[in-house]
Design a protein around this ligand. Structure first.
Ligand code: KG4
Length: 338
């Protein structure tokens, strides 16, 4: 079954063709990151307009690269939540018109379910049940993936996402948007141990996280240094900041594994590209005897193929949308699909 999949929840316009949920036939992406870098972060209105400009040509490109014609497409899948509402609406409405024109079913896909499904594309043997640690620019959560379309939220950030925190910390260190990858590189230039940064604990909810205190601490350090004329050790701050993020994420993932009794852990989302987080997850999973799956770097960030992968399983589970389907800025991963 060939699915034409659309993703437009933030600043990547992405269109892919995926076969049977597991095989990428094409994965076309138009990133707007350079444009938003001028402003130090994503400008939602600009994101929506750029999606409109890119999506039709990108669809032609995805079909061409896949070597398929429109008549070969069996269904259309699209991110319908969560994300920047104007941006999601562009991809979703384009997907609706494509499904209508091709006379095939329209499948709504939750963006974070898609991030998890990126792993199905890389690891043919991976099947639920497993736990997923999802870390992206807009969301950070620990989920029990009981089946392909059956999710239970175990813990989540109470405020900022890990990626948002990386991007803001990078900004005050003078790194370009999106700052995650640049922070990763800079952090390798120091052993750290210079700056004391907070780790959050939420009373009674050991799997919930908070990144806003960490973000504020880094912003304050940078501003104080600026005001007092002190030199910041940028590499050490990047390293100590990264360690604080690792300490928020990895022990919680291990606790969730222990509490749930699951033996397989899956990482997902843009922040899953971080080399320190990957190394620590590998170390801890080896220590505890857990099997760990992490997407290859190119499937960590937003892409259309992951929506095609999850779309296939949503399709098998009977998810269908009609033309009245709306987009949602927020929607939990375990909410009913529409
Ligand atoms: O999953 P994603 O592409 O978008 C959302 O669905 O939100 O994640 C983007 C986030 C950005 O915040 C970016 O800075 C971060 O992933 N990121 C990283 C790395 N590469 C990308 N964060 C830390 N280390 C990296 N190597």
């Amino acid at each position: 079954m060939k699915i034409l999949a659309f993703e437009s929840s933030c600043d990547e316009t992405a269109v892919a063709v995926v076969e049977d949920g597991r095989k990428i036939l094409s994965d076309a992406i138009a990133s707007q990151a350079d444009l938003h870098a001028l402003y130090g972060g994503v400008v939602p209105e600009i994101a929506s307009r750029k999606h409109i400009e890119a999506i039709a040509a990108l669809t032609d490109q995805a079909l061409k690269e896949a070597g398929v014609e429109k008549k070969d497409i069996d269904a259309v899948a699209a991110t319908y939540a969560p994300g920047l509402i104007g941006a999601v609406l562009v991809g979703l409405n384009f997907a609706k018109s494509a499904a209508y024109a091709l006379n095939v079913p329209l499948i709504p896909v939750h963006h974070i379910r898609g991030h998890i499904a990126a792993n199905y594309l890389a690891f043919p043997e991976l099947e639920p049940p497993f736990l997923a640690l999802c870390m992206s620019g807009g969301n950070t959560l620990i989920v029990d993936v009981r089946d392909y379309t059956d999710f239970a939220l175990l813990g989540a950030t109470r405020d900022d996402a890990a990626g948002e925190c990386f991007d803001k910390a990078a900004r005050v260190l003078g790194l370009p948007y999106p700052g995650g990858a640049a922070m990763d590189k800079l952090a390798h230039e120091s052993e750290g141990g210079v700056y004391e940064l907070p780790r959050a604990k939420i009373d009674g909810c050991p799997l919930d996280m908070s990144f806003s205190g960490l973000k504020t601490a880094v912003v304050n350090l940078a501003h104080n240094a600026e005001q007092t004329g002190k030199q910041l050790d940028r590499a050490a701050l990047a390293r100590d900041f990264t360690q604080a993020v690792v300490d928020e994420l990895v022990p919680r993932a291990m606790l969730a594994m222990q509490q749930s009794g699951r033996k397989v852990l899956v990482a997902a989302g843009g922040v899953a590209a971080n080399s320190f987080i990957r190394a620590e997850l590998e170390k801890e999973c080896r220590k505890h005897g857990y099997r760990l799956y992490m997407p290859p770097l190119k499937l960590c960030g937003d892409n259309g193929a992951m929506i095609g992968a999850q779309g296939y399983y949503e399709y098998l589970a009977g998810a269908r949308a009609d033309w009245a389907l709306n987009a949602y800025a927020t929607r939990d991963i375990d909410d009913p699909i529409v």
